[in-house]
Write a protein that binds this ligand. Structure first.
Ligand SMILES: [Ca+2]
Ligand SMILES: [Ca+2]
Length: 215
């Protein structure tokens, strides 16, 4: 995930100079119609006003309507994983960004998430990731949820990353994760168990696509 967010930010920056006229228009929109929103976001995130402006331009370039729906999100995300199928992982990621649960990501939702993933404390990042894994949002990660997410990550990375991938590998992976995380062996992983297990084991964090190219 980290790698992707990093890439996304890079792309956003790189794409910026391409269309002067549109950029100017967007900047005008920004300056004329959204100054309060921007200042609020500056206070709520770990980004500077300038960075927010750059992110906003990139966001508007990809999504002129100002909101991203799941299809668009999947389409953008898929470009970063040409060797695999990122659609399931993008689906879960979309839900994690879509904090209001209404099927669309506004600029604010996007930068709030990005701020945590790129500039948040370790604790904030782990909490965010926990919510990503907690698919049914009941406050626990169960074995089925972990299976879903690990499979989605394997699908996304594709054969390029796991050349010797066999059908039963994700389940082994899940069992190993679960054994380490479910400290009290009650069959579910709580936020605290998740945080402790991740801090104990850097390999686990890397396997979960956390923090690559970000930290
Ligand atoms: Ca759950
Ligand atoms: Ca437990």
């Amino acid at each position: 995930m980290g790698a992707v967010v990093g890439t996304l930010t890079m792309q956003t920056k790189q794409r910026r100079p391409s269309r002067d006229k549109t950029d100017d228009e967007l900047e005008m929109t920004m300056v004329c119609h959204r100054p309060e929103g921007l200042e609020q976001l500056e206070a709520q995130t770990n980004f500077t006003k300038q960075e927010l402006q750059i992110l906003y331009r990139g966001f508007k370039n990809e999504c002129p309507s100002g909101v991203v729906n799941e299809e668009t999100f999947k389409h953008i995300y898929a470009q970063f994983f040409p060797h695999g199928d990122a659609s399931m992982y993008a689906h879960y990621l979309f839900n994690a960004f879509d904090t209001t649960n209404n099927g669309s990501i506004k600029f604010k939702d996007f930068v709030m998430g990005l701020s945590i993933l790129l500039r948040g404390t370790l604790r904030e990042k782990l909490e965010w990731t926990f919510h990503l894994y907690d698919i049914n949002r009941d406050g626990y990660i169960n074995r089925e949820e972990m299976t879903e997410i690990v499979r989605a990550i394997y699908d996304m990375m594709g054969k390029y990353t796991y050349p010797a991938l066999k059908g039963d590998v994700p389940q082994q992976h899940v069992d190993a994760f679960f054994q380490k995380m479910d400290k009290n062996k009650d069959g579910v992983v709580t936020l605290e168990e998740f945080v402790i297990a991740c801090q104990e084991d850097e390999t686990m964090m890397r396997s979960m696509q956390l923090f690559e190219n970000v930290m």
